[in-house]
Ligand binder design. Structure first.
Ligand SMILES: [Fe+2]
Length: 249
């Protein structure tokens, strides 16, 4: 049994609450599907913990944006990229400390296959950028392309909307299966949801666990008011990034 987290988005309070929840289940292994940074107020702290706690991390579009160029970012997301980049170059830290952060970001891979499991941030076709939304289950060509690249199971994040796409043409949200999906003969692409900025109408931090047969999504309450306050205090991160944490949208 191990835990899969994604889209922490510099939200230290959500990350801490999720790590405590994982620990309370006796689970030691955690993997991360990217977007550790962006949007939130604690990029350095989140990257520090990610580096030491996660077995591997993948490159999300927010890490890609800060390392290379921002593709498809709106004005608010772009403001967060710029602010985050400044934090990671902060003069409050030594050159060496800043180098370590950038070296870590530079070492992250964009996808990973282990046995019959594929891990990506976004989609099997475009691991860093492509959104696969629940409605896309109706797009036959897209699903054919997707499952052509999924060995038996794929895990992703990116949309911040948890659920499972099956090769048989169904999208099943955690609400529809009481938070547990058991693998059968069909192949699946599973979105593990977002720890740091949920967008499925539930403001609790989200992550998943997997034991080889069963995927379970977990929701964890955390002190989002504290995260909001930190966002507002920066005066640079758009306030909407704080407000949305309260509603999970
Ligand atoms: Fe994200």
């Amino acid at each position: 049994m191990y835990a899969i987290v994604s889209d922490l988005h510099s939200n230290l309070e959500a990350m801490t609450a999720v790590l405590e929840d994982i620990e309370s289940r006796g689970i030691e292994e955690i993997v991360c599907l990217g977007d550790m940074i962006g949007y939130g107020p604690d990029p350095r702290a989140v990257l520090d913990i990610a580096k030491s706690k996660f077995r591997f991390c993948l490159l999300g579009n927010h890490e890609h944006a800060i390392l290379f160029t921002a593709v498809g970012f709106n004005v608010k997301a772009m403001a967060a990229v710029e602010w985050t980049r400044e934090q990671l170059n902060s003069k409050d830290y030594t050159r060496d400390e800043n180098h370590q952060v950038w070296n870590f970001l530079g070492s992250i891979q964009s996808s990973r296959t282990e046995g019959d499991i594929l891990y990506v941030h976004a989609s099997p076709m475009e691991p860093i950028t492509q959104y696969i939304l629940p409605v896309d289950i109706h797009s036959k060509d897209l699903m054919t392309d997707l499952f052509a690249k999924v060995p038996r199971i794929g895990f992703g994040g990116h949309t911040h909307i948890p659920g499972v796409f099956t090769s048989g043409g169904k999208f099943i949200s955690p609400r529809e299966c009481d938070g547990v999906f058991t693998l059968g003969a069909e192949r699946v692409f599973c979105n593990v949801g977002s720890t740091g900025q949920p967008r499925d109408g539930d403001n609790r931090a989200c992550y998943a666990t997997f034991d080889g047969a069963r995927i379970e999504w977990h929701r964890v309450r955390y002190d989002f008011l504290r995260t909001q306050k930190k966002i507002f205090k920066t005066k640079r991160l758009p306030e909407v990034l704080g407000h949305r944490l309260a509603v999970g949208r």
